[in-house]
Design a protein around this ligand. Structure first.
Ligand code: SAM
Length: 242
């Protein structure tokens, strides 16, 4: 059941199916996607966001700065941005992004429906790009991306995050993780198998032996790990010595 639920929040094609090339920022893609998609369809919906948004929001309310720019990586449908931004500090702006140009229509659509003016228009952003279309932020949030994408995406997330965050700024990572090499629930082990069957370069990552060393090598320290419902974690890293 959990496996199906998790896969159902993959509304968009993984970039790993697009071959090895990593595109550079192309400002036309977001505009093109808006032009093609706006009239064509309603924004897509990911059911899991309704289940996990309140627990995630409760942590964000504790740890995010009260002002500045939050850059969300891999926004997907954009429903987290639409739900959470009005419930966060009124001095905080939310910048959604996704690698998939077709996601822009969903993200902007949900933002519009929320009526919240503190959600910026979404940008196309592949974490593996050597430069991002957002060159500084006060916090970074990435939900449910590093297990569905190749490991190079996790590396790109931390390397890019280190480029744009100042010392002490938070990088928050939400999703399932193995701990000390071991799955935290049978459902996560099954989910891992299903991910790998689709794409051998994806899979549930180990927080302790894979993600934390990667983060440290890019200039982050692990600050806190929040246990979340449905065997997920929200992991708070902080930028060190920028
Ligand atoms: C499972 S969805 C999660 C969406 C949303 N964050 C959520 O929790 O509902 C994974 C998202 O990661 C995005 N993604 C995959 N690879 C990426 C990359 N290299 N850079 C940025 N986003 C990426 C996909 O396009 C997709 O929207």
């Amino acid at each position: 059941m959990l496996v199906r639920e998790r896969l159902s929040i993959l509304p968009l094609r993984s970039p790993s199916t697009r071959g090895p090339s990593i595109r550079q920022p192309d400002k036309a893609t977001a505009a093109d996607a808006r032009a093609k998609g706006a009239a064509a369809r309603l924004p897509r919906h990911a059911a899991a966001t309704e289940r996990n948004r309140d627990p995630i929001l409760a942590v964000l309310q504790q740890v995010l700065p009260t002002r500045g720019l939050l850059l969300e990586i891999s926004s997907g449908t954009g429903e987290h941005a639409a739900y959470m931004t009005p419930r966060l500090s009124s001095d905080l702006l939310w910048q959604p992004s996704d690698v998939a140009p077709e996601a822009i229509v969903d993200i902007d659509g949900h933002a519009r429906e929320s009526g919240c003016a503190r959600i910026n228009p979404a940008v196309v952003l592949d974490v593996r790009w050597p430069s991002w279309p957002v060159d500084s932020a006060d916090a970074l949030l990435c939900c449910n991306m590093i297990h569905i994408a190749p490991w190079t995406a996790a590396a790109g997330l931390f390397v890019g995050g280190a480029r744009i965050l100042r010392q002490g700024a938070p990088l928050l990572l939400y999703g399932p993780f193995r701990r000390r090499g071991v799955h935290t629930a049978p459902s996560n082990a099954a989910f891992d198998q299903s991910l790998k069957a689709r794409d051998a370069s994806s899979g549930v990552r180990c927080l302790d032996t894979e993600v934390e060393p990667l983060a440290e090598s890019a200039g982050f320290r692990l600050d806190r790990v929040f246990e979340m419902p449905a065997n997920n974690f929200l992991v708070l890293f902080r930028r060190i010595g920028a």
